[in-house]
Design a protein around this ligand. Structure first.
Ligand code: ADP
Ligand code: MG
Length: 364
């Protein structure tokens, strides 16, 4: 039992450490896998995961598979999956399907793969549910602000006004029969930054499920999918990041089984100008970064695409509206952390959270 505890802690630490290292690592050591045969645990589980770090979507991705059958081929497959998704949905890849749709804005409809079509459709569902506060057609504004990239600064007012006119999901035409997407105005731009990492986590999860694995941690820059249960059949322990500290410092932990945990916060992609912080989630009605009292919002649910869309959605909606929204979303829990260190959660999240930092207090 003791050994277990130690390993669990090390696993959690490894999760953080892999993120902190922030580089394209190579860690293919599955050789020393220890097979656990006690209890009713799966005969293939192991305390020594097969682990790999990738760098894609501007993000450090780490996948750990806790199964003695996992091989380097699986790691290679996952790399291919990630590259393939990037090739389909990235705005930064000129040849991606989304870039082609954007390049043909105001000119012609572009046929895309079913996967890309479904993802854009899903993003548009959230746009409809939020009356456009979540908007995947926000690419022109995202590109203008360029937050999280070098040289980001507050754009000229006229440029914001112009980009604002081109950021409107109502001008995205979807053809369910042909899988064609048409952006009605020239210069319009789809951006799936709010949902892409979650989607990638789901595709990896489905791949691992397909291969018969049932214990893994899929981590895309803090978008975590804790697949199945931990070796030994216990729940995974996942930290909720302290928005005011370096990554790896949680305000507390939650224990989950087969859930995805996704956070949107002001602390990773931002710039400061004249003493004011501009974070990367934009308000499509003003054209400016959302400026409310939220430091971060964390979602726990079953699919990462939804979790990712929800984290961005709730951030834009704000605490009060966000909590209402999530209460109307089945099987999803949320926790807001405000700038003044107050916690606002759904009842389900509050039950899950084992708070370890006393400077944060519950406000609801
Ligand atoms: P992260 O990329 O840090 O995980 P999010 O999942 O919250 O964060 O997504 C933020 C990204 O979503 C932005 O970088 C941008 O690409 C895009 N975005 C910004 N504002 C909106 C919005 N109102 N609706 C939809 N997408 C947005
Ligand atoms: Mg998101």
């Amino acid at each position: 039992m003791k050994k277990y505890k130690l390993t669990i802690t090390l696993t959690t630490l490894a999760l953080f450490a892999s993120l902190l290292s922030g580089c394209f690592g190579n860690n293919n050591n599955a050789a020393d896998s220890t097979q656990i045969t006690s209890g009713n645990s799966s005969q293939y589980e192991t305390l020594e995961p097969l682990s790999q770090t990738y760098f894609i979507f501007d993000t450090v991705v780490n996948v750990k598979i806790y199964d003695t059958r996992a091989t380097k081929d699986n790691l290679q497959d996952i790399e291919n999956i990630l590259k393939n998704i990037d090739q389909k949905i990235s705005r930064n890849q000129e040849t991606s399907e989304i870039s082609k749709v954007n390049a043909k804005s105001g000119i012609a409809a572009v046929k895309v793969s079913e996967d890309t079509y479904d993802l854009v459709s899903k993003a548009l569902e959230y746009a409809e549910r939020t009356d456009g506060l979540f908007d995947p057609a926000i690419g022109k504004l995202v590109g203008l602000w360029n937050i999280g990239h070098e040289g980001a600064h507050v754009p000229a007012k006229e440029d914001i006004a112009e980009a604002l006119l081109l950021s409107d999901y109502r001008k995205v035409e979807m053809n369910d029969d042909t899988h064609e997407i048409y952006l009605q105005e020239k210069g319009m731009d789809i951006d799936l930054g709010s949902i892409g990492k979650g989607y990638a986590a789901d595709v990896i999860y489905d791949y691992l499920t397909d291969k018969g694995f049932n214990s893994a941690i899929i981590d895309l820059g803090g978008n975590v999918f804790a697949m199945g249960s931990k070796p030994g059949g216990k729940k995974w322990t996942v930290g909720v990041q302290d928005p005011d500290k370096e990554r790896g410092n949680p305000i507390g932990t939650i224990q989950v089984e087969d859930k995805t945990i996704v956070t949107s916060g002001i602390y990773e992609r931002f710039f400061i100008e004249d003493g004011k912080l501009y974070q990367h989630i934009l308000n499509p009605t003003t054209g400016y970064p959302v400026d409310n009292n939220i430091s971060s919002v964390t979602i726990v649910t079953n699919r990462s695409t939804d979790a990712d869309a929800l984290s961005t959605t709730l951030f834009v909606l704000g605490i009060e509206e966000g909590l209402k929204f999530i209460e109307n979303t089945p099987d999803a829990e949320a926790l807001f952390i405000s700038k003044d260190k107050k916690l606002y959660g759904t009842s389900g999240f509050k039950k899950l959270l084992n708070k370890t930092n006393d400077s944060y207090t519950f406000a609801n």
